[in-house]
Design a protein around this ligand. Structure first.
Ligand SMILES: [Zn+2]
Length: 368
């Protein structure tokens, strides 16, 4: 009688908690709803996630999720038996049944217990199940190849990115619509450099997990940068868009163009432009990384590219920082040619950083 069912999918509406902090979590008598044990086990259906490509994809979600600054983590095991709702096990599977999917590409069901008896609160999660839509037109991929992905030049939706969003629900995070975050539109919460793009947990969900489960205490530090940013609230969801570039004198967005199928900007040689990127600290402590800005002849930004500017940024884990920086387009670039403005956080490797593969990204430009 005390177990309560909740479901969070794309089509589901519910009242949001007070937006004092960016992340949203469910509460029970003013306590965050959480697992009693911060380490959980999920069973993956061997029918939906057979050994190989799809199981490996789910494993990527697990690795990305467990890279967080809180005590929350999970293990993934295979479940060759039957899976189902409200059977006392945390399970992950794919379904073609719309009565389960409720119109969502993926959703999370959870059961929790919350009551107060003589002032003593009992509050814990009991079971969560994550179900992916295995019908058309939702076409999943486990690839981290940029050209295959929707919102780049492809049409597929990255399962490990949506997996991160759903595992966020499974640990008590709700949708959130006032900051760039994975609990909003997860498929535009990506890190990209060169031909690779992949989802990641990000500052806001990391901050929420640390609030609910407490800090890990392992000196876990994680810096990253993205060419996506917050755009607007769409219902419960933060909607994201690509970062922009502006005329540094007028502040007006530069004329846009398309560079290799991606949104870019037209610039002139010698022009001062303000280019923005989204910097995040998803680690345990406030950090002041050194940051550099570059121009590159391709979309792979490295420290070998031509450096235009450097600065230091102080980033706390309570905010997503979309920051503009003025750079001058070099006069000796070739007219009529595509280039990429880039940035690298912690470019000098001065700070400890768990994953340095998400430290560089770009904005395409075409030189007049
Ligand atoms: Zn959701």
């Amino acid at each position: 009688m005390k177990r309560t069912l909740h479901a969070l999918g794309m089509a589901c509406a519910l009242a949001a908690a007070a937006p004092a902090m960016a992340f949203e979590n469910n509460t029970c008598y003013n306590q965050p709803v959480r697992w009693s044990n911060s380490g959980q086990t999920f069973k993956a259906s061997t029918v939906s996630f057979p050994t190989g490509y799809w199981r490996d994809t789910l494993e990527r979600s697990r690795i990305f999720f467990n890279a967080n600054p809180s005590q929350a983590y999970f293990s993934l095991v295979s479940d060759a038996g039957s899976v189902g709702l409200d059977n006392g096990e945390n399970e992950v599977w794919g379904s073609v049944d719309n009565s389960v999917l409720q119109g969502a590409p993926a959703l999370t069901y959870w059961w929790s217990t919350c009551y107060s008896l003589f002032g003593l609160v009992t509050n814990h999660l009991d079971e969560t199940d994550i179900i992916f839509d295995y019908r058309a037109p939702w076409q999943w991929t486990g690839d981290e190849v940029k050209s295959s992905l929707i919102y780049y030049t492809g049409s597929l939706r990255q399962m490990q990115t949506t997996g991160l969003h759903e595992f966020g629900h499974a640990f008590g995070l709700m949708h959130e619509n006032d900051e760039y975050n994975i609990m909003g539109a997860d498929f535009t919460h990506m890190h990209a450099n060169s031909s690779t793009a992949r989802g990641y947990l990000g500052e806001d969900a990391s901050d929420g997990l640390a609030y609910i489960y407490g800090p890990w205490g392992a000196n876990y530090q994680e810096l990253s940068v993205s060419h996506w940013k917050y755009a607007y609230a769409s219902g419960q969801y933060s909607w994201h868009r690509r970062v922009q570039a502006y005329n540094a004198t007028t502040g007006v967005e530069l004329p846009t163009t398309t560079v290799n199928g991606e949104p870019g900007y037209r610039v002139s040689k010698g022009q001062k432009v303000r280019v923005e990127f989204t910097y995040e600290n998803s680690g345990e402590s406030t950090q002041s990384p050194n940051v550099a800005w570059y121009v590159s002849s391709n979309d792979w930004i490295t420290t070998a590219d031509r450096r235009l500017s450097t600065s230091s940024l102080t980033l706390a884990r309570d905010n997503v920082y979309t920051i503009k920086r003025t750079v001058t387009i070099p006069k000796n670039l070739t007219s009529g040619t595509n280039y990429w403005l880039g940035t690298i956080i912690n470019y000098d490797n001065a700070l400890s950083d768990s994953d340095s593969s998400n430290n560089a990204t770009y904005v395409p430009i075409r030189v007049n």
